[in-house]
Design a protein around this ligand. Structure first.
Ligand SMILES: [Zn+2]
Ligand SMILES: [Zn+2]
Length: 368
């Protein structure tokens, strides 16, 4: 998460930024989002996860240990007053656990559950963090033990981003497909107070063309004339952009951002909440926010925590209609009881525009 150098992004946000950066690096890789996942959990007791550590070793970790090491890797905890730090850490702990449970089959074919990079969720053993941060993270994991964010009695796809810039977006407008009810765009007055100032990025036409041509979806050929935002969502994010060049192509805004950032640096287009205009030999992007804008806005969550909102209230704001519940209290579904292709989500999450995205056919949420 680190595209911003602003003070609004404390050091703790760096890993998150790193996640975005890494995810943006390879044009063919999905944005850091979960793929489709199976409802079946008869083989999972909720106590341990098989994590592939940064050194390549696979370790069976206690869930709380995993959550503790993910919290400071994904949220900024330094320099906050104690109550705010506690609330932010607890929000992130619940999000981390929910994400892990909902996505724990991502690496099943490789013999483990989750990797420790931005591909899944960043994890660093607690022993590698400064003592006060480690203590905060451990306390947050314990205080929220077993708790996950649920919708229809299932852990949700708890996606989050650094800063929505004042309005989150539907999952479907960032990626594709239907948006689950809890991932719909909503105004956020809090991050605007504490959040980043508007950003701007000026890129030469030739650099931009070279970057775009490195991906089939944005390859305009030998000439690039203009970028035209052809569809915006309610938040003002560019849902579709038409590239006018030797070839004229329509591309999703989030895909454009991913391709450009993979080639020109992760701080280039910080979010799809931008306007774009050509100025001679340059293209000027101006925008707000940082990240994909779907789900929980970390800058807004921090501002809400500072204003005294509880972790549950914060979660309820960003994931509308959800509950926070003990995973062990949820109804279990056994694999054998499910139709072979039952999944919670498809398409949208593997990012639509990516080659391996599956079945973009409705309905996307709940069952295929
Ligand atoms: Zn992974
Ligand atoms: Zn926000």
């Amino acid at each position: 998460m680190t595209m911003l150098t602003k003070r609004a992004f404390p050091a703790g946000l760096l890993p998150l930024l790193a996640a975005i950066i890494v995810s943006g690096c390879a044009g063919a890789q999905p944005i850091r989002l979960p793929g489709s996942f199976h409802v079946a959990d008869a083989d999972f007791d909720g106590t341990r996860l098989r994590i592939r550590l940064p050194n390549g070793r696979v370790a069976r970790l206690d869930v709380d240990e995993y959550v503790s090491g993910s919290v400071p890797a994904e949220a900024a905890l330094g320099g906050l007053d104690p109550a705010t730090a506690r609330a932010v850490a607890e929000v992130q702990a619940i999000v981390a656990r929910t994400y892990a449970f909902a996505n724990r089959r991502r690496h099943a074919h490789e013999g483990f559950d989750l990797c420790a990079t931005t591909h899944c969720q960043v994890f660093r053993p607690l022993s590698t963090w400064p003592a006060p941060i480690a203590r905060l993270a451990r306390d947050a994991a314990h205080a929220t033990r077993g708790m996950v964010i649920t919708f229809a009695d299932r852990p949700i796809n708890a996606v989050f981003h650094a800063d929505c810039g004042g309005h989150t977006s539907d999952a479907g407008s960032a990626w594709r497909g239907d948006s689950p009810p809890y991932l719909r765009g909503t105004p956020d007055t809090y991050c605007v107070k504490d959040g980043a100032a508007p950003w701007r990025a000026e890129v030469s036409i030739s650099d931009l063309r070279r970057a775009l041509n490195r991906d089939d979806a944005t390859n305009v050929g030998r000439r690039l004339e203009e970028l035209e935002i052809t569809e915006q969502d309610a938040a003002g994010r560019a849902v579709h952009v038409t590239l006018h060049g030797a070839r004229t192509l329509a591309v999703r805004g989030e895909r454009l951002r991913s391709v450009v950032n993979a080639n020109l640096g992760p701080r280039t287009i910080k979010s799809t909440r931008f306007t774009v205009l050509r100025d001679g030999r340059h293209v000027l992007f101006e925008g707000r926010g940082f990240g994909h804008g779907v789900g929980l806005c970390q800058t807004g969550a921090l501002a809400r925590a500072r204003a005294g909102h509880s972790p549950r209230d914060i979660i309820a704001h960003y994931y509308a209609g959800t509950a926070v519940a003990a995973w062990h209290s949820l109804p279990r579904v056994s694999a054998s009881a499910l139709p072979a292709r039952t999944v919670l989500f498809t398409g949208s999450w593997t990012a639509s525009d990516y080659p391996r995205a599956r079945g973009p056919h409705a309905p996307h949420w709940l069952q295929e």
